[in-house]
Design a protein around this ligand. Structure first.
Ligand SMILES: [Zn+2]
Length: 196
């Protein structure tokens, strides 16, 4: 229906989560009217995306160097680590401004049926960090779905010998991925976290 160059862009946009064919079409047709400079900048930002992007050697968050901006910030609360599934969830928690400690990114949830076990996630590093004398509390900010529950149970067993482990209160609806929780709900969930 469209010239090949537009079809190609539509197909690439469709690869993004939450973008269906209709939305991809609308976005691509919008971009047809952009000027060359903006299109080049856009293409450049996509092309350069991973050139300087690393994962923090301490927590697994996105980083431009070996450590992320949060791990190099010595003003944060050294006594606690908040465990999340993905780096994007850190930015949601940061927006809530309620939590001032450090983070740890697992890189997913336990999904035995898909072959994702403890070795596939960033768990060994978390246990090492929990054993350091400074850390007193590990807060599990994991999704309230079946896989999140399984991951939380596993982590409690592994971490309990070393630290206090707590979990966000279930102000977040059951079955929810925490990426979709709003900051108000998250703030309440952190405030009312409970010990495991
Ligand atoms: Zn970090």
């Amino acid at each position: 229906m469209y010239p090949e160059s537009i079809e190609l862009l539509i197909n690439n946009l469709k690869k993004l989560p939450g973008i269906g064919k209709k939305t991809a079409e609308r976005l691509a047709l919008e971009m047809v009217y952009w000027d060359d400079f903006d299109l080049e900048k856009f293409a450049e930002s996509v092309g350069d995306l991973k050139k300087n992007l690393h994962f923090c050697e301490t927590c697994g968050n996105f980083a431009n160097g070996s450590k992320c901006v949060i791990c190099i910030n010595t003003a944060r609360d050294h006594k606690s680590i908040c465990v999340v599934e993905q780096p994007t969830q850190i930015s949601i928690l940061e927006q809530s401004r309620i939590y001032r400690g450090y983070y740890h990114v697992l890189g997913g949830k336990l999904k035995p049926l898909d072959g994702i076990g403890p070795d596939e996630l960033n768990i060994d590093k978390l246990i090492q960090r929990a054993q350091s004398e400074e850390i007193q509390e590990v807060i599990l900010a994991l999704s309230f779905d079946v896989e999140g529950e399984a991951t939380a149970s596993y982590l409690v067993e592994e971490l309990k010998p070393y630290v206090e482990v707590s979990r966000l209160a279930t102000g977040i609806p059951l079955g929810t991925d925490i990426s979709y929780a709003d900051t108000g709900t998250l703030t309440a969930a952190i405030n009312r976290r409970y010990k495991l």
